[in-house]
Design a protein around this ligand. Structure first.
Ligand SMILES: [Zn+2]
Length: 294
């Protein structure tokens, strides 16, 4: 289980949330058998997607973060439901890149900085809201911060970090997000930025034993913060046989016919959780019938 804590300043102009996503990042790494840098990239994106998803006020809503930076890892997708439960994948999970000169995992090098971050917010309306910003670095957190500033006009500080053990497993993972509402004193912004720098990075704080609430109290040291909500979140996929069947129907009769003649069966793997769904020839014929009658 991951743990989210959401806090507001007493005056309500500063909204902050943080997550200990160690279990989520570990689960994602296990499912996708990721390289160390890919584990870090996925962990960062899932952590922030979870915090973002929890801000959606629509039951059944979701947010999708899609990083396409032209790097060797390919595109990275992270999806959160409105309760902060997440799933995701990276296109080339086994690819790794050399560490940076300072010894840190080069997430920006894996994702690439030549491309876009696309955010799809499904708020159960007729069409989803889609916003796109150019990537700054592919390091994930600052790219998402740029999205909030440019597309939603909300000054936002995002930080995310994943520490990888020497054996390649996830040691700890976490993130925080601080958003300033209109009315937050402009004179306080510089001070907040200094505090964020002073607080250091998320993985150091997690390694020092700080939980999400303590991380926020350290990062936003000068404000009186009130806990709004604490909740458990997890890596959660919503795939089902019904959904896979509908997806097969939607590829169209022609494609299904070629599946039948060329393979005589179908094996569909969920990109998010690696679950395999098998369809026999008889089942494919039934699906073909449904597709033809659409
Ligand atoms: Zn799945």
């Amino acid at each position: 289980m991951g743990k989210i804590v959401r806090m507001n300043s007493a005056d309500g102009f500063l909204l902050a949330s943080a997550i200990d996503s160690t279990d989520i990042a570990a689960e994602a790494a296990r499912i996708h058998n990721t390289s160390p840098t890919a584990s870090a990239a996925l962990g960062r994106a899932l952590s922030l997607a979870s915090l973002f998803g929890k801000t959606l006020k629509v039951q059944g809503g979701s947010v999708t973060l899609q990083f396409k930076g032209g790097g060797p890892g390919g595109s990275l997708i992270a999806v959160s439901d409105n309760d902060g439960n997440v799933r995701g994948y990276i296109q080339h999970p086994n690819v790794d890149v050399p560490r940076k000169p300072n010894g840190k995992l080069d997430v920006g090098g894996l994702i690439g900085g030549e491309g876009n971050l696309t955010v799809i917010k499904d708020l159960r309306m007729e069409t989803p809201y889609i916003g796109t910003v150019g990537l700054l670095s592919g390091e994930i957190a600052e790219d998402l911060a740029a999205y909030f500033a440019e597309s939603e006009q909300v000054p936002t500080a995002c930080a995310a970090g994943v520490l990888i053990n020497p054996d390649g497993t996830v040691s700890c993972s976490g993130a925080y997000m601080i958003q300033l509402m209109p009315g937050y004193g402009a004179e306080k912004v510089d001070k907040l930025e200094r505090q964020i720098l002073q607080a250091g990075n998320v993985t150091d704080m997690l390694r020092d034993g700080l939980g999400p609430e303590e991380i926020l109290r350290k990062v936003v040291a000068d404000e009186e913060l009130i806990v709004i909500e604490e909740l458990d979140v997890q890596y959660k996929c919503y795939c089902s046989r019904d959904r896979v069947e509908s997806a097969l129907v939607s590829i169209g009769a022609e494609e299904i016919e070629s599946l039948i003649t060329e393979q005589g069966m179908a094996e569909v793997t969920c990109q998010f959780c690696d679950k395999v769904y098998n369809f026999t020839l008889d089942e494919l014929n039934e699906i073909l019938e449904i597709a033809r009658n659409k």
